[in-house]
Design a protein around this ligand. Structure first.
Ligand code: F6R
Length: 612
């Protein structure tokens, strides 16, 4: 949700900011802007509605705005429509304070009224302009430093923010503040960088600092000082980011999504290898001893979107394999429903970004209730990773496409690993079963590769679905969980209405939507449920549906029922989601491409949802 960058150093700032923003554009893309300061001269602000390339053209790719210090922003609208006036940076009328912001200021109306009474005038409908003017107000009122002004504003602001600010009296410097919105800072060779996310600055530095909640930073060329809310200096250690810059490039693929689909075998393998030692799994490094595992009475999995779909699969796998009761919840519901949590339970938060606002709030809710928490997170050092008691890092590397693929697959792998290890510790499976399951996990990357080798068939099929109005995905058990993800992949990037249903539930209402030619995709990877789902597909066919079946090699009799079949390699039924999801990712991708849509940046979406 909105991307921010900042730079102060020896080089020209504008091209660096535009480059950084291009790597953050997945966070929001309805408008963009930069503010550049050339020595003591006035800060110049340039903004444009629409994609970043319009801003790049407007500034001759940065060449027309000289200066070695600046801040930039790519916007995902919350307060106020996408427009040049609402685009960031915003500044106080006398140019004293200029800022970019990611997050939501909940009490902006109340603060705006206060500032209006003080004579401030507003030119946009954004909450950010209020924050800028509030900082300006305190700066002038107390005649202190920028840090004093910012911390006075921070105490008054409710909501979330990552702010990067420039002050007229402090040329070549940027100030930053953060609460619940992501922000990292880095230094290299006498230059300094600020960004919402790692890919924006990876090309320039891998030494980053994580600024904590309610902390501030003063950023000079090659030097960053951190402050707490009382304005006292605090020490921070830099961390080295292992991701390399190439991982955040398209590497010859037309879209990040396709590249990331192809990175799945490696991502899944890396995630497994991170805990695999001599044929056994070792979770001790993340703090899970046998004693801790044995004390877990139940599991609550909390997440949003695709990560929640992973939770749905994990529920089936963990309950069946480890015999531990599992409840799965959407984070935005969990946080407000006053959940009754068992003190010996384990709350697992699944999140690629580690910054999803609702998931973070759910984590805090669980911690407040004294329940042990585990984060399954991809982004190292993200808020959820830092605040959870235990962290399982998925090794997907940077995921740029808004629609998740490889992060989802690594989260599935992490869930299997937890299920197997918990099952073994609780003596729910024998040592032989334990070894067999692990060996089966090791075959999954190769099997994903095989599915990818046959992608052209799906491309051909997808081309026929370009004009579909509705698509239904049905399945039972784990196949239902896969259907949820297949359906989301389809609708979020192709804008074709789709729904996922437990196969047996369709006839309780939704089947009335089936018309001649409506595409129904049945997922049938669970041997025990195969015939049941086939019957449900037949029910749809009798109402005119056009059927696609997704099942394991060998189930060839499905062809008697369906119009088009996709086969996947066999695996243990617990792990089929890892294979079945791949053709559905490809299907969504190819339909989106065939419809001429922007696959990596679907409308209205943002990669990291850091607002409620
Ligand atoms: C869909 C998608 C989203 C995310 C969701 C959670 O393709 O990517 O549904 O899964 O927004 O995001 P994270 O995992 O970052 O918490």
């Amino acid at each position: 949700m909105c991307g921010i960058v900042g730079f102060t150093g020896k080089h020209q700032a504008a091209p660096i900011l535009l480059d950084g923003l291009s790597r953050l554009e997945y966070r929001g893309y309805d408008s963009a802007g930069i503010a550049i300061r050339d020595g003591e001269k006035e800060t110049e602000v340039i903004k444009a509605k629409g994609r970043l390339k319009i801003l790049a053209e407007k500034t001759d790719h940065g060449a027309s705005v000289p200066g070695t210090c600046g801040i930039g922003h790519t916007r995902w609208a919350t307060h106020g429509e996408p427009s040049t006036a609402n685009a960031h940076p915003h500044r106080s009328d006398d140019g004293n304070v200029t800022a970019v912001h990611n997050g939501i200021i909940e009490n902006y109306q109340e603060l705006k009224e206060k500032l209006l009474r003080k004579g401030y005038v507003f030119h946009s409908s954004t909450d950010t302009e209020v924050a800028v003017k509030l900082v300006d107000y305190y700066y002038k009122k107390y005649e202190g430093t920028p840090v004093d002004a910012i911390n006075h504003a921070m105490v008054r602001i409710r909501g979330s923010y990552a702010l990067a600010l420039m002050f007229k009296d402090y040329p070549e410097e940027i100030f930053a503040a953060r609460k619940d919105s992501p922000m990292i800072l880095g230094t290299e060779n006498g230059e300094s960088y600020i960004a919402s996310d790692v890919p924006a600055i990876l090309k320039y530095t891998r030494n980053v600092y994580y600024i904590g909640n309610m902390e501030m930073a003063r950023v000079k060329k090659g030097e960053i000082t951190f402050y707490n809310l009382d304005g006292e200096e605090i020490e921070k250690q830099s961390r080295v980011i292992e991701w390399d810059a190439e991982a955040a490039e398209k590497a010859g693929y037309e879209h990040f999504m396709m590249k990331e689909i192809h990175e799945q075998p490696k991502a899944v393998e890396d995630t497994l290898n991170s805990v695999l030692q001599d044929g056994s799994l070792n979770l001790e490094e993340m703090g899970f001893t046998e004693e801790i595992i044995n004390n877990i009475s139940c599991i609550y999995i909390v997440a949003c979107g695709s990560a929640w779909h992973v939770g749905m699969t994990a529920q089936y796998v963990i309950e069946d394999m480890a015999g531990i009761p599992v409840r799965v919840e959407v984070a935005s519901e969990f946080r407000y429903r006053k959940p009754l949590l068992d003190k010996n339970g384990l709350v697992i938060i699944i999140s690629q970004s580690g910054e999803t606002a609702d998931s973070l709030a759910a984590l805090r809710e669980a911690k407040e209730k004294g329940v042990r928490t585990l984060a399954v997170v991809n982004v190292v050092g993200s808020s959820i990773a830092r605040e959870a008691d235990h962290v399982f890092y998925t090794l997907a590397g940077p995921e740029i496409s808004v629609a998740t693929t490889k992060a989802y697959s690594t989260q599935l792998m992490a869930s299997y690993i937890l299920a197997i290890q918990f099952a073994f510790a609780k003596k729910h499976i024998t040592e032989e079963q334990y070894k067999d399951y692990i060996q089966e996990l090791e075959t999954i990357p190769g099997k994903i590769k095989r599915i990818l080798e046959d992608k052209e068939r799906l491309q051909w099929f997808a081309a026929k679905q370009v004009n579909a109005r509705d698509v239904f995905f049905i399945g039972r058990g784990i196949d239902y969980a896969v259907s949820l993800e297949g359906s989301l992949k389809m609708k979020e990037i192709s804008y074709i209405h789709s729904e996922a249903y437990p196969a047996g539930e369709l006839k309780h209402g939704t089947i009335s939507l089936i018309e001649n030619g409506t595409l129904v995709i049945g997922v049938l990877t669970q041997p025990e449920l195969f015939e049941k789902t086939v019957s449900n597909m037949v029910e749809c066919k009798s109402r005119g549906a056009y059927l696609m079946g997704l099942t394991g090699f060998g189930n060839y009799n499905i062809e008697d029922t369906v119009d088009f079949t996709v086969y996947i390699p066999g695996t243990d039924p617990h792990f089929t989601a890892s294979l079945a999801v791949v053709p559905l990712q490809l299907l969504g991708y190819y339909v989106s491409v065939a419809r001429g849509l922007d696959v990596d940046k679907p409308r209205n979406l943002a990669k990291s949802v850091t607002v409620e």
